[in-house]
Design a protein around this ligand. Structure first.
Ligand SMILES: NC(=O)c1ccc[n+]([C@@H]2O[C@H](COP(=O)([O-])OP(=O)(O)OC[C@H]3O[C@@H](n4cnc5c(N)ncnc54)[C@H](OP(=O)(O)O)[C@@H]3O)[C@@H](O)[C@H]2O)c1
Length: 343
């Protein structure tokens, strides 16, 4: 136990086998302790936010790769105060610093959590803890997708599929910050994506984007919905890149079965081979790299310079005891911004 911290805490815990019904609020869960031989910090959580990966993991849809042992405290995104550091901690932090980050699946939906110190950076001062907790996972995904997978350059034309979602709303703004000259997005929430600086919005309920944009010569298509690969050929310029974080089908199945993984790997190899011989666009599927303090620091600078906004759903933040209501809204795919939890 760390001096000054209680022995038990409130935490949203997956208690047993996979399934949302096994997500329970425990009121006397043990507070985690730091391991002095590892580079770790103990955080008193002020706010967390939830992401689709949280419910996909809770349902066991990714258990092929990310096996959980139970009980398991859920949650990736955090903002909170450092209350202790391990002896091996390398981070440039002191006790009392307020930090935020995507901590991986390390249990941010709780009063306290432990994570490696390079998974958090100091919180920007001009946003609330709830706004800060809403940034890391979606912010890193948009940043890494555009910068490292899309190799975005000044003057590029970018199409963001699913611009009103957590990742999409960051990607529209970041594409502009990184120098894109034109950003188009697809969304049914036209007013919101307009306000983020999109140059052109296509309401996918009123027309097919690949038809409306046929021949438009985009440098990058960033797919945050799924199902855009074949269609992107009609809009990408020669040498353009299709970047995706999502399933093959639009809003496709969440379950990562062996069959689906084989088909994704096969498709990736085939598509990259075709691109290498000039027979198709480049294809990039990637998973977010959470321990990326350099990326988080640049994101923080944009927030502090008021170039990057955090979009919160009007119902957000939720009280910690109402976390399941936040999950229900997230799973309905009708949230209009990020869903944060106050602790
Ligand atoms: N590979 C990775 O490492 C990684 C990282 C982060 C996220 N992801 C995955 O990426 C996906 C998006 O994440 P997120 O956090 O942005 O989710 P989100 O906040 O729930 O956003 C989903 C958005 O998709 C849009 N949408 C739904 N159906 C659509 C359609 N038919 N056409 C166009 N847009 C549609 C919705 O926008 P409208 O309101 O306009 O309908 C919604 O805002 C999730 O599946 C998530 O698991 C993967």
């Amino acid at each position: 136990m760390t001096k000054g911290t209680p022995q038990t805490m409130k935490a949203w815990v997956q208690t047993d086998d996979y399934g949302l019904e096994n997500l329970k609020l425990e009121t006397a869960h043990p507070v985690p302790t730091i391991d002095d031989s590892q580079d770790q910090v103990l955080i008193k959580v002020q706010a967390s936010s939830i992401n689709p990966v949280d419910y996909k993991l809770m349902k066991g849809n990714m258990s092929l790769f990310m096996k959980r042992s139970f009980p398991h405290v859920v949650g990736f995104d955090v903002c909170g105060i450092i209350v202790a550091k391990s002896k091996a901690s390398k981070g440039d932090f002191k006790v009392g610093d307020v930090v935020y980050g995507d901590t991986g699946d390390r249990g941010s939906c709780a009063e306290y959590m432990v994570c490696p110190s390079d998974f958090v950076v100091k919180k920007p001062q001009n946003i609330s803890a709830e706004e800060a907790a809403s940034v890391p996972l979606v912010g890193l995904t948009a940043y890494q997708g555009l910068k490292f997978k899309g190799n975005i350059k000044k003057g590029d034309k970018v199409l963001v599929l699913g611009g009103s979602g957590g990742v999409g709303s960051m990607a529209i703004q970041m594409a502009k910050i990184m120098g894109a000259k034109h950003v188009t997005t697809t969304s049914s929430n036209v007013e919101l994506v307009d306000s983020l600086g999109a140059d052109q919005v296509i309401n996918y309920k009123e027309g097919k984007w690949e038809v409306i944009l046929n021949g438009a010569e985009y440098d990058i298509v960033f797919d945050c919905v799924g199902g855009g690969w074949e269609r992107s050929h009609q809009v990408l310029k020669k040498g353009g890149v299709f970047v995706t974080i999502s399933s093959e089908e639009e809003n496709g199945p969440d379950v990562l079965s062996i069959g689906r993984v084989f088909s994704m790997v096969g498709n990736t190899i085939g598509r990259k081979a075709m691109a290498a011989i000039g027979m198709g666009p480049n294809y990039e599927f990637f998973l977010t790299n959470a321990g990326a303090p350099k990326d988080m620091t640049e994101i923080s600078e944009w927030i502090e310079a008021r170039k990057l906004r955090v979009i919160m759903d009007p119902t957000s933040p939720y009280k910690y005891e109402d976390t399941k209501d936040a999950f229900k809204l997230l799973m309905s795919h009708r949230a209009k911004g990020k869903l944060a939890i106050s602790w």
